[in-house]
Design a protein around this ligand. Sequence first.
Ligand code: CTP
Ligand code: MG
Length: 241
Amino acid sequence: MLSPYIFPVSNWSIIVAAGKSERFGDALPKQFQKICGKPLLSWTIEKLEQASSIDKIVVVVAEEYQLLTTQSVVDPCRFHKVAKVVSGGDTRQESVYNGLKALPESAGLVAIHDGVRPLVNSEDIDKVVHLAEENSAAILAVPVSDTVKKVKGARIETTLNREEIWLAQTPQVFEYNLIFEAHRKLAEGKPGSKAPTDDAGLVEQMGVKVTIVEPSSLNLKVTTPDDLSYVESVLQGVTHG
Ligand code: CTP
Ligand code: MG
């Protein structure tokens, strides 16, 4: 007899924060740098907590930062959606795959987000999730404002059509089975084969059309100390405004 109980499908977020912050150039990785008294990563998790379309969160950090993450990020902020803190890998792609492997089969959509994008708007997260609900895959992206040149060495080969060029950001949201399969194939594929630099690129290779939507505000990825200062000035406005 079929069970009358239907497991509820839940939407998960994987927040990847296992990078080494080489371009940031400080012994403490950028995701743990304090902004207005709280680690950067806490601000990012808060945005996912506030997004009503997200039910649960997995945070991916380097093994040596697991304890710090639990003690200084998750516990003090009482994040109730954070279900797991798992270890990342040497590349971002491995970190995402570790996050995916930590999800239950009942996962519906998965919103993969960079732990160092704390300015993401929670309503934008909901918007991308709802688009992925309709179309299997959706991401935040921005159109370029500068003229884009294709260059070889120090010489321009051609000027690209700016209207067709967008910069991919996160969150990137996919049906769980789709993105898990894409990562599994890549992880089990030929070593050294060229991998796309984002998760959307992987599902594009499978022939899936990914929907894009523009963020309503600047969704900066912190790379350098100057970026951190900028984010602090924005969040100070939020805190004191
Ligand atoms: N990331 C990760 N695991 C890795 C590499 C990156 O989880 N092995 C995460 C980073 O922590 C970050 C996001 O992916 O939240 C985007 O990566 P990036 O901004 O490039 O961060 P880092 O790789 O840490 O910085 P850098 O490239 O300067 O070393
Ligand atoms: Mg990197």
